[in-house]
Design a protein around this ligand. Structure first.
Ligand code: SOE
Length: 386
């Protein structure tokens, strides 16, 4: 019997559901030295939290996250709430000696992210671990892309082209959900999906952004008010309209510390694109291209081969990252597996007593990029060093 590690999850909407399936399934596929026990789910409404707990497989319910942290059967806290509560919950949990995994972006401001990173490094000195949940790092094709770059198969990296394209709010009558309110979400497409491509670009290339120049836009300035919105669904209209206080799209260019040039585009107005996280990297010896809408594929061009051109690698071989645990070659994975991999890596680090990655420090670096993008956009795209 492997030791149990009690998990307490705060929030149960879209991200709470993705994380729940990961906690439920991870040990069925990965051999880990510890077994997660889905001890308790916290949500403000007892009735709704209890319904979610029953559906998602949590043993108990709390209506106050502070009570969840206090419980003896919780050793690890999973934060799946909007960004405005990340800092308070994470810092309290770390101070109480609980390991923390926190949804992205790490926080709503650089100041909050700094406080979280500081709490995380103090906690690490006491053996308490933390990780920010940039799940796309755990797409096997993205992890394979990083491996290719690290092995030198692309040579010197010159260009990074990153896009995250969605279209779920293109209808101006789509309501004012929390992701469109600055006080809850911090920013719009920038923090919600731009954060993912900043992390993915830095992860794959091993290079960090050093400065940016940006433009942002809010195409639809007012939307119908609604309540009970869950995930990306609109909820029920309550009458009246409210102001959209975040960006709908953010575009920026940047320089990396290893000499590469980057271009980034995050938008929720790319009609026809549902979840197109795309990354193309061009180096002196070759190039890589990825699109999450075909997440089991990685395209590779080897410049050293005559007439090479891009060839498709089906990332389903047992030697590819994470794939040994799953299906025979050619039987691909989906969005949910990225969360299973994330939880797998976090539990493995907690059990081994090592620091998981991406750390809160990595999350803070991404937060600084987001803040620099906002500053640049507010200043006529002025070049803004990090
Ligand atoms: C909404 O844009 C969203 O759910 C993001 O919040 C997630 O991080 C991304 O994985 C999918 O889209």
């Amino acid at each position: 019997m492997k030791p149990l590690i009690g998990v307490g999850m705060v929030g149960y909407a879209f991200m709470g559901r993705t994380h729940s399936q990961a906690w439920r399934n991870v040990t069925a596929f990965f051999d880990l030295p510890v077994t997660p026990s889905m001890a308790v789910l916290a949500g403000r409404s007892r009735e709704r939290a209890a319904a979610a707990a029953a559906e998602l497989g949590w043993a108990a319910v709390e209506t106050d996250w502070r009570e969840l942290i206090r419980r003896d059967d919780v050793q690890l806290v999973d934060i799946c709430t909007p960004g405005d509560s990340h800092a308070e919950i994470a810092i309290a949990a770390l101070e109480a000696g609980k390991h923390v995994i926190c949804e992205k972006p790490l926080a709503n401001t650089v100041a909050e992210a700094e406080a979280m990173a500081e709490a995380a490094s103090e906690a690490a000195a006491r053996g308490v671990r933390s990780m920010v949940a940039f799940n796309y790092r755990r797409v096997p094709a993205i992890a394979l892309a990083r491996r290719f770059v690290a092995e030198g198969r692309l040579g010197e990296i010159r260009h990074v082209r990153a896009q995250y394209l969605q279209d779920w709010i293109v209808d101006p009558e789509f309501p004012l959900v929390w992701r469109l309110r600055k006080e809850q979400a911090g920013s719009g497409a920038l923090g919600d999906i731009g954060a993912h491509i900043v992390d993915a670009a830095q992860f794959v290339t091993g290079q960090l952004l050093t400065g940016v120049s940006a433009i942002t836009e809010t195409f639809v300035k007012e939307r119908p008010l609604a309540e009970d919105a869950d995930g990306l669904s609109g909820g029920s209209r309550t009458g009246g309209r409210g102001e959209v206080t975040v960006d709908d799209a953010a575009l920026f260019i940047g320089r990396f510390d290893g000499g590469a040039l980057g271009s980034f585009e995050a938008t929720r107005f790319a009609t026809g694109r549902k979840n197109a996280l795309r990354l193309e990297v061009n180096g002196s010896r070759g190039s890589l291209a990825f699109d999450f809408e075909a997440m089991n594929e990685l395209w590779f061009h080897d410049e050293t081969e005559p007439d090479a051109g891009f060839r498709r690698i089906l990332v389903t071989e047992p030697g590819h990252p994470y794939m040994e645990a799953w299906w025979p070659p050619g039987h691909g994975l989906g969005y949910e597996h990225t969360f299973t991999h994330e939880v797998r890596d976090f539990l493995a680090a907690v059990a081994a007593g090592t620091d998981p990655s991406p750390s809160f420090q990595d999350g803070l670096r991404v937060q600084r990029v987001l803040a620099a993008v906002e500053r640049s956009a507010a200043n006529d795209s002025r070049w803004t060093p990090l």
